[in-house]
Design a protein around this ligand. Structure first.
Ligand code: MTE
Ligand code: MO
Length: 347
């Protein structure tokens, strides 16, 4: 994954942050897609522009796509998002200084909308988070679907202020609104064979320019062990700052697992599968030596290309200096789930 640098361009990602074999595979896939999968007429300007940047062509500024709104005519303030009518406040993180709404909604990782931090806010305007439903499959008594409206009624919505630590070495403090994932798990009625949950996210090339480019193996998939999924800290977020989630933050519903690196927090979930075996997740597939299934925040396990012992708090200011990263991102109560597990091997 990418080191925090707003000005980096996508061509650098390919050369320096994905292993050569993956670059080769991706180029092959891309060439195949361009040659056979898609008729030339189906390629939008922005697809061509983005494809060119990712496959090693010229970057236009900060990887900005051609033929879409740009940062200047599309600010987050322009979008009036619906307030969440009722939710209860909690004590989680009540002593933390919040990251500003502006930073939370304009500095994002959501590669389906592009690989720059600014891309998701700019390029997610065509994405339609409603109507929405999640399909529940696999090791459950009966496969079923649930609408976003019904999901939001499974348990009282609560506001929880959580720290989020990205594997890239930056962090934020975000006031989420959501409900415990445990309440959905209960509603889903998993069978005794369900040992893990797989989360599959939206993959719509019509509204998500980024999925036309094989930087990751789409759709984005994440997973949790059953005890992690039902841990009281694990949240299905449907809002932030008291409003429904902006598209760039994973509307209409995303996972939040505060003791794990941010990439575990799958955005815009469309499918939840209960499974017996550990799911093969997107970042593990992309770089198994760099990203593990557990991905617990751990200052003692260095990323092969950078330190995990400290982090930059977004919005803290130019001279703020880095903060020491805490084991489990400071959520010590989860430690007991990993007793007997070698957290260096199971990183
Ligand atoms: N579907 C999807 N989910 C995703 C990602 C992504 O690229 N696609 N990026 C992840 C990463 S690396 C991080 S740090 C968080 C960022 O969440 P935020 O932009 O809401 O702060 O989302 C995670 N969820
Ligand atoms: Mo991340």
């Amino acid at each position: 994954m990418i080191l925090d640098n707003n000005k980096r361009n996508p061509s650098n990602i390919v050369s320096s942050e994905i292993t050569p074999r993956e670059v080769f595979e991706n180029r092959r896939q891309f060439i195949k897609a361009a040659g056979f999968g898609l008729a030339a007429g189906a390629l939008s300007t922005s697809f061509l522009a983005q494809a060119a940047t990712v496959v090693g062509g010229e970057t236009k500024g900060d990887g900005v796509l051609i033929g879409r709104a740009n940062a200047k005519n599309q600010t987050t303030k322009a979008t009036k998002l619906e307030k969440i009518p009722a939710y209860k406040k909690t004590n989680y993180g009540s002593d933390e200084k919040l990251t500003s709404y502006e930073d939370v909604t304009t500095y994002n990782n959501f590669y389906e909308f592009g690989t720059s931090k600014s891309d998701p806010a700019i390029h997610s305007t065509l994405f339609k988070p409603r109507p929405w439903s999640i399909s529940i499959e696999g090791e459950v008594k009966k496969a079923k679907t649930i609408s976003i409206e019904d999901l939001m009624k499974l348990a009282p919505l609560e506001e929880r202020i959580y720290r989020m630590r990205c594997v890239e070495g930056w962090s934020m403090v975000i006031p989420w609104v959501g409900l415990p994932l445990a309440s959905l798990v209960k509603w889903a009625e998993p069978t005794g064979n369900a040992k893990y949950i797989e989360f599959v996210t939206a993959n719509d090339p019509k509204t998500m320019d980024g999925v036309r480019v094989p930087v990751l193996d789409w759709p984005y998939v994440e997973g949790l062990r059953m005890d992690e999924a039902t841990h009281p800290l694990t949240l299905l977020a449907v809002g932030l700052y008291g409003e429904v989630l902006p598209n760039q933050n994973g509307a209409p519903v995303r996972l939040v697992v505060p003791w794990k690196y941010g990439f575990k927090g799958a955005k815009s979930i469309v499918k939840i599968r209960f499974v017996e075996k550990m799911p093969l997740t997107t970042w593990v597939k992309a770089g198994p030596s760099e990203y593990g299934f557990y991905a617990n925040v751990n200052p003692l396990v260095e990323h092969p290309r950078w330190t995990q012992s400290s982090e930059k708090r977004i919005g803290a200011g130019l001279f703020a200096g880095r903060i020491k990263t805490k084991m489990f991102n400071g959520y010590d109560e989860v430690g007991q789930m990993y007793a007997g597990l070698d957290l260096r091997k199971n990183f």
